[in-house]
Structure formats: C-alpha cells, structure tokens
Design a protein around this ligand. Structure first.
Ligand SMILES: CC(=O)N[C@H]1[C@@H](OP(=O)(O)OP(=O)(O)OC[C@H]2O[C@@H](n3ccc(=O)[nH]c3=O)[C@H](O)[C@@H]2O)O[C@H](CO)[C@@H](O)[C@@H]1O
Ligand SMILES: C=C(OP(=O)(O)O)C(=O)O
Length: 419
C-alpha cells in the first residue's frame, strides 16, 4: 500500500492532457465480449480498474494485446466461465459482464460487484431488465446466475435513472430477438460512447443520449475499432484543483459540452473559465463567492464531481450548500476534510460548507472521489505536508495523477504506507 504526500500552497500552472474515460472503458471492455472478431479500443486510460478488467477478459479466454494507449481484444475463444468471486469483487463495473455474457452465451454467473461502496448500490434495475428480456435470474449466495435460451426484445421502463442498468440492458438487448425499448434511460456521454461502439460492431441502437433508447437485436456482432471519449470527471477534478489553488491551467483533450455543469458552477463562483474546441482554461481568482450545488443525473452536475467540489467550496467566502440527489450518503470525504480544518456539516443529503483555511493532516481516502477531494484540499494547504492514505482508490480513476500534478507545479509524491 502507498500513501500520497502533498506539500500544498502552490498554484497549479500549465497544461494537463486528459485520458480516456474510466466509466466508458469499463463498459467498452466487456462490450467486446459480444463481438466475434477483434475489437480495438484507442485512448484507453491507465487505471487499476482497466487492468483488473483486462485480467477478467483473459480469465474468460480472451486474447488481449496492449499497444501504447490502445488495446486489441480477440474475444473469439471466450467461454462463459463462472465468476462468483475473485476479481469481479474489485470493481463496480463487473456488473457489465452480466449483460455482455448473457448476450453472447445466454448464461453467466457473476459475483455481486465491489468497487467504491460509499453507500448501498443496488442493481435491481439491471435484473429487472434482464428478466424482461426473458432471462431467469437467481441470487446464489451473493453471486447472480443468469440464464436464457433466447433473449427477446421488450419494453423496459427504468424506475430510477441508472447508468449501469441502461448500459447493461443495451449490451444484452443488442443480441436479443426483436426490438427493445428502454424508457427513462440515463443520458450520460458514456452511454453514447457504448452505443457508438456497439453500432460499429453491427448493432442497431438509436436514441442513446436521450431518455428513450431503441435497440433492434441482431444475430451477430463483429470486430471494430473505437476511440474512447475523454474522461469528464478527471477533467473536472483538474479544473476544480486549478481554481482551488488560484492557478491557471489548460485542461486539454476534453469535450467542453460534457463539462458545462462544472464550467457554469465555477463561473458562478467567480472563477474565470474559457472554453476552446477541445480544451478548457481555468484561471483562479483571489476570492470566490459561496454557491449552491445540486448533484444530478446528466446533464446536471455529476455526483462524481461533488466530492472534489466540496473541497473547492471551502475556499469560497460564505456558506455553500451541496446536495447530492443521486447518492444521498456520498459524504465520506467530509470527516477527513474536517480533520484538515474544514467547517462542514452534513444534514440529510446535503453538506453545508463554510469558507475556511485548511491545514495539513493525516487523512484517508475511503473511495475514489473522496480521495480526489482530499488531493484538491491538500493542494490548497499553505504549510506542512498532508498524507493521504488509501491511494489504491484514487488509482481506480486517475491516470498518472502524480506526474500530471508535478508537471503543473505541485509538490506531490508517493511513499510506502508502513504499519
Ligand atoms: C462504472 C460507472 O459508470 N459508475 C458510475 C455509474 O454508477 P452506477 O451505474 O452504479 O450508478 P447508477 O446510475 O446505476 O445509480 C444511480 C442511482 O440509482 C440507484 N440504483 C441504480 C441501479 C439500480 O438497479 N437500482 C438503483 O436504485 C443508485 O443507488 C443510485 O442512487 O453512475 C454513477 C452515477 O452517475 C456514478 O457515480 C458512477 O461513477
Ligand atoms: C463511483 C465511481 O465509480 P464506480 O461506479 O466504478 O465505483 C466513480 O467513478 O466515482
């Protein structure tokens, strides 16, 4: 285990290039299971979640070749190996194995997912979708067994807007007989990315990115080449860190449209933000106003950005209220920020944040974005070194974080965590 050491107080300056999106990559990798030829993914991020998923594909019998930031997956010899335990427990997105294996083999046994458990994260809508497509789904001691002789298209209305359920149903329905319609679908850019890959493989999916997705099932899906969209959450984190340190950073290789909610909120606080074609420049200012933030489904302010945003709001004058309407309890970063001197209290699904000066401390990341929040907070601290344990969570979702921050002028390094 390692910890991250941060000597803060230096404004971030320069350019950071954003990698491909984690939440796309962890859906596109299992989507390759559905093809009968080679799938090449470009702009693949270097993340522990991607490394674990690659090993899972190999355990299924896939041949995987990594060339720089690309990966070629040959799924032709894959088998429906049961995976009740093991690597599937290490990440949330292992649930996509259910939809992809059901689509390709008509069967799967997959342990309930792991990953960041900042609160209970049910998968009832995924299961409802698979059952509507004709699968039998049983929970056997914490592993989900799925079986279907033939999947049939169906109309599925999601009770809650769920990214994972929308993608999982798209994966299985691509190989079903007839038409599937998902109503109340999630609209996140990663869903469009998965639909783009599946369509390049020969699927017939329309409406991804809207609340109604129509999937006409096909008999076979073939290999293809696809470039993964930029990671809007990593990009938002650097934007927030640039503002928090009163720096001047160009965040490059982004789709500015995907970041509109964070851009608008930063501008409302008084941060100067300039959008270009494929980059965004963030210029920090000496003072910021308090603002209210509501984390919502896309195109709202993403829940994954709310923890780093909490850290930035400690730098504003006055009281900000941040409410998470997606995950009501996603506030495990708050006690750690309080340890650093932040004045924050949690009431129901809101964090009430008073502007305050932060100090260095020993803190622990309990999940990926809680870790990002602690990094942003630590970068603002004027004196001393902040020690952030739990770096393995941060490694799930930030490509090359230490080098990127150092290139921007931060004093950051990793050390072994002893004891
Ligand atoms: C790998 C991946 O892409 N992870 C993202 C994905 O997670 P994930 O796909 O797991 O999140 P969902 O969009 O499914 O969850 C949204 C809300 O719906 C609830 N729900 C979800 C499914 C279900 O069957 N039943 C149910 O009640 C959840 O508890 C949550 O309150 O979207 C989240 C919300 O944008 C992000 O925070 C995660 O980074
Ligand atoms: C919660 C997250 O990821 P996951 O769903 O993979 O745990 C995240 O990316 O912030």
């Amino acid at each position: 285990m390692e910890k991250l050491m941060v000597r803060g107080g230096r404004p971030l300056r320069g350019t950071v290039t954003i990698s491909g999106a984690k939440n796309s990559a962890v859906a596109l990798l299992p989507a390759s299971i559905l093809a009968d030829g080679e799938v090449r993914l470009d702009n693949l991020p270097r993340l522990s979640d991607v490394a674990v998923y690659t090993e899972i594909l190999e355990e299924l019998g896939g041949k995987v070749k990594r060339i720089g930031d690309s990966m070629i997956i040959d799924p032709s010899r894959m088998r429906p190996v049961p995976m009740p335990n093991g690597k599937v427990k290490l990440l949330r997105a292992s649930y996509y194995l259910m939809g992809a294996m059901l689509g390709r083999f008509g069967e799967a046994v997959i342990g309930l997912p792991g990953g960041c458990n900042f609160e209970p994260r049910p998968i009832d809508q995924h299961i409802k979708g698979f059952e509507a497509l004709g699968a039998t789904v049983t929970n056997e001691h914490g592993a989900i067994r799925l079986k279907a002789k033939k999947l049939r298209g169906a109309k599925i209305y999601l009770d809650v807007v769920s990214v994972g359920a929308t993608i999982n149903i798209m994966l299985a329905a691509s190989r079903a007989d007839g038409l599937t319609i998902i109503e109340n679908a999630a609209k996140e850019p990663e869903i469009i990315d998965v639909a783009t890959l599946l369509n390049a493989m020969g699927a017939r999916i329309k409406g991804a990115g809207t609340e109604t997705i129509r999937i006409e099932g096909v008999d076979r899906l073939h290999g293809c080449r696809h470039s993964i969209i930029p990671d809007r959450i990593q990009a938002a984190t650097y934007m927030i860190a640039a503002a928090a340190t009163r720096g001047d950073v160009v965040v490059d290789n982004v789709i500015p449209k995907h970041l509109e909610a964070v851009t608008a909120k930063l501008q409302e606080m008084g941060v100067h933000v300039y959008e270009m074609d494929e980059s965004i420049r963030v210029v920090g200012q000496p003072t910021y106003s308090a603002v209210d933030v509501k984390a919502l489904v896309y195109p709202g302010f993403a829940t994954d950005m709310q923890s780093p945003m909490t850290s930035l709001l400690t730098q504003a004058e006055g009281v900000s209220i941040l409410t998470d309407y997606v995950y009501s309890n996603r506030f495990k970063h708050v006690p750690e920020l309080v340890r650093m001197g932040a004045k924050i209290r949690v009431e129901g699904r809101s964090a009430i944040i008073e502007g305050s000066r932060l100090n260095s401390a020993r803190v622990r990341a309990s999940d990926l974005r809680a870790g990002a929040a602690l990094v942003v907070a630590a970068l603002t601290v004027e004196e001393g070194v902040t020690e952030i344990a739990g770096v393995e969570y941060i490694d799930r979702g930030y490509d090359n974080l230490v080098d990127n921050l150092r290139r921007l002028g931060a004093d950051v390094w990793r050390e072994p965590e002893i004891g």
